[in-house]
Design a protein around this ligand. Structure first.
Ligand code: HPA
Length: 279
């Protein structure tokens, strides 16, 4: 619960209070402590007993303009576990300010979410990680040249969140075990978050490999940083939709990313359904 005005940094951070009140009114209490963010092409992840509210009905919630990203917050059950599912996200490359991209995190925290599972579509930098596979994010590199936390501190957030265990070791263990039980091949690796929207040059792909990243994408990093500043536990799963540009056979297209992301959604659903009851 946020008591009184939550904004302590002027115009920078949208106040989550109004959107949180609408979410509470719409879905009723208690609200689930777990939220999923669904990446490109993954909005098809179905929940049981779904109820939804459109992002456009939530003040301060950024609009999503990218094909493959629906724009609604869904309340429902996955394997009997209540979750809030974000069908689509905003990206900085759409022109959103960093603080606006992460505004949903502050609303989720205000309604009681304490575990974030962020999924994304990503390009593979590793020859041994082909498209059509899932990668559990062990760590990230923020190569977006900006932080969602820059500016005065919002609410009760940490000024200097420690990101050593940004991707929660216990959650990762649960997800690894779930993958084993489901017979799902799950690599673990480092996600490089870049601003985009252009795909990488071959030189950038070589650079990212040298830096030690296995996958590259244009999301998740701002959300994970903000979630940690809010004290949430975070897990991240990349759906490898393509080989990073220059490493694949032909030119890369967003449609391909959406298509492979969609094809991986049933596997992602099985993985989460197996893991969620243990979280
Ligand atoms: N690069 C960056 N972002 C991405 C990619 C990629 O190859 N695939 C999906 N999102």
């Amino acid at each position: 619960m946020i008591a009184g005005p939550a904004v302590t940094n002027g115009a920078r951070t949208p106040d989550p209070t109004a959107a949180a009140a609408i979410v509470r009114d719409h879905f009723g209490a208690p609200l689930p402590p777990i939220a999923l963010i669904l990446g490109s092409g993954m909005s098809g992840l179905e929940l049981d007993d779904p109820r939804s509210v459109r992002y456009s009905d939530l003040p301060g919630w950024p609009r999503v303009s990218v094909a493959g990203h629906a724009g609604e917050l869904v309340h429902g059950l996955l394997a009997g576990v209540p979750v809030l599912s974000l069908r689509g996200r905003a990206h900085m490359y759409e022109g959103h300010r960093p603080a606006d991209v992460v505004a949903p995190l502050r609303v989720l925290h205000a309604v009681g979410v304490r575990v974030l599972i962020a999924t994304n579509a990503a390009g593979s930098l590793d020859p041994l990680l082909p498209p059509g596979h899932l990668m559990l994010i062990a760590d990230h590199m923020n190569l977006m040249a900006r932080s969602p936390l820059a500016g005065p501190v919002a609410g009760s957030e940490s000024r200097w969140p420690d990101l050593k265990d940004c991707y929660d070791p216990e959650l990762r263990k649960i997800i690894r075990e779930a993958a084993r039980e489901e017979g799902i091949a799950l690599r673990e690796g480092v996600y490089a978050g870049v601003l985009g929207p252009s795909y990488e040059t071959p030189a950038e792909v070589r650079m990212l490999r040298v830096l030690g990243a296995q996958a590259v994408g244009m999301s998740t990093v701002p959300e994970a940083i903000t979630a940690r500043a809010l004290g949430m536990r975070v897990a991240g799963i990349s759906c490898i939709t393509n080989r990073a540009s220059g490493a694949g056979a032909g030119p890369l297209a967003h449609d391909e990313v959406i298509e492979v992301g969609g094809a991986l959604t049933p596997t992602l659903t099985r993985l989460l359904a197996r893991a969620l009851p243990h979280i």
